[in-house]
Write a protein that binds this ligand. Structure first.
Ligand SMILES: Cc1cc2nc3c(=O)[nH]c(=O)nc-3n(C[C@H](O)[C@H](O)[C@H](O)COP(=O)(O)OP(=O)(O)OC[C@H]3O[C@@H](n4cnc5c(N)ncnc54)[C@H](O)[C@@H]3O)c2cc1C
Length: 335
């Protein structure tokens, strides 16, 4: 296993924050995972495993061991009369895996096209977009369990998925995911619950998965900044889920409030709340709020994680003051 000393993480986080890792390891097979964790533990050093760094705020240099997940491989594991079971190793690019699944005739992931990052990180926050969440197509995953010091298989109920959440967030640094298996029905059905997709395809006959894939990519390219051009981690805050009572109060006070039913509760559009506080396009020093989408915080170049977290606090405070709603941060913070 290759380990670099005092390595820059600038190219390994999509905000482009220029922090370093004391030791940076590259995990290319399952034995590297075991070696990495036993090395960190025997030296009593902290450790963490990253994928593409697209859901991180790195606000300081990282001490101890950091690893980049780079285990590759994807395949059709098995098929039944009704379903395909496809698997990808944790270091595969999520978007390339989605493309591969479509090109090989295993549709069902197209709504999740163009989400940055790796396959291994996808279950961590139960990625979701455009009417589909990972848990709906998830079968199982294999992970190294730090507590038992062995590889284990976790099924859907073990993972305790919920909105942008899972057991991996409750127990950080317990598991290192090495592969994920997805189950996709052979009888494909378009998922068009997201309004823009429904509008685009409402009257289209013989709709194909690839049509949805291309439309999702177009919408995303239009709405979200490309991290290669402007540093960001996608949505910076969760959409807050509130009781029906609070929703009714807010709706009365702010008739334009954007919200969606979520079981017995309501999910408020965090971007709308932030926009109403006047933050869209706001800049403070080298960081700011994206001009086209208030939910996305950006590094205009040369900014730091600390500056970004200060801005996030300012936004949270204002939203709380005006709407009495607490925002929670989506990316994982190292500060
Ligand atoms: C432009 C943009 C758009 C985005 N859009 C969406 C979206 O639509 N929906 C959505 O849900 N997310 C979105 N995201 C967030 C992000 O892409 C996802 O959360 C993605 O799954 C993170 O993958 P990653 O490999 O970059 O993880 P990282 O950022 O490297 O890591 C995130 C967390 O996962 C842990 N982790 C990573 N790999 C492993 C592993 N193998 N085993 C155990 N833990 C691991 C890390 O320790 C860290 O805690 C977006 C981000 C950007 C920049």
């Amino acid at each position: 296993m290759k380990i670099d000393l005092r390595a820059s993480l600038r190219a390994h986080n999509t905000f482009g924050f220029d922090v370093s890792a004391q030791y940076l390891a590259y995990l290319q097979n399952k034995s590297d995972v075991v070696e990495f964790i036993s090395k960190a533990q025997s030296e009593k050093e902290p450790w963490q495993v990253f994928g593409g760094g697209s859901n991180l705020v790195l606000a300081k240099d990282l001490s101890g061991y950091t690893a980049l997940m780079q285990i590759k491989g994807k395949s059709l594991l098995k098929e039944t009369s009704t379903h395909f079971y496809i698997e990808a190793m944790a270091g595969e690019s999520w978007h390339e895996f989605v493309e591969w699944s479509l090109n090989n005739g295993y549709p069902g992931l197209e709504n999740l096209a163009l989400i940055p990052g790796t396959v291994g990180a996808a279950p961590i926050q139960n990625i979701g977009a455009y009417g589909l969440e990972l848990e709906e197509v998830f079968e199982s995953l294999e992970a190294f369990d730090r507590l038992t010091q062995e590889f284990v298989t976790l099924n859907k109920s073990d993972c305790k998925f919920s909105y942008r959440h899972s057991v991996f967030k409750d127990e950080p640094n317990r598991y290192v995911v090495v592969s994920v298996c997805f189950v996709l029905p052979k009888q494909w059905q378009a998922k068009l619950s997201y309004a823009e997709l429904e509008k685009a395809f409402a009257h289209q006959h013989s709709l194909k998965p690839i049509d949805i894939f291309h439309r999702v990519c177009e919408i995303r390219r239009d709405k979200l900044p490309d991290p290669q051009v402007i540093g960001n981690a996608g949505s910076f805050f969760h959409n807050p889920v509130v009781t029906n009572e609070l929703y009714q109060q807010l709706k009365q006070q702010f008739p334009q409030l954007v919200a969606y039913p979520s079981g017995q509760q309501w999910k408020l559009a965090a971007g709308w709340l932030i926009d109403q506080c006047g933050f869209k396009g706001y800049k403070v020093g080298r960081v700011g709020v994206y001009e086209k989408q208030a939910l996305v915080l950006v590094n205009h170049g040369g900014g730091t994680g600390e500056e970004l977290l200060q801005l996030a606090e300012q936004i949270k405070k204002k939203v709380k003051e005006i709407f009495k709603v607490s925002l929670t941060v989506e990316p994982v913070i190292f500060n």
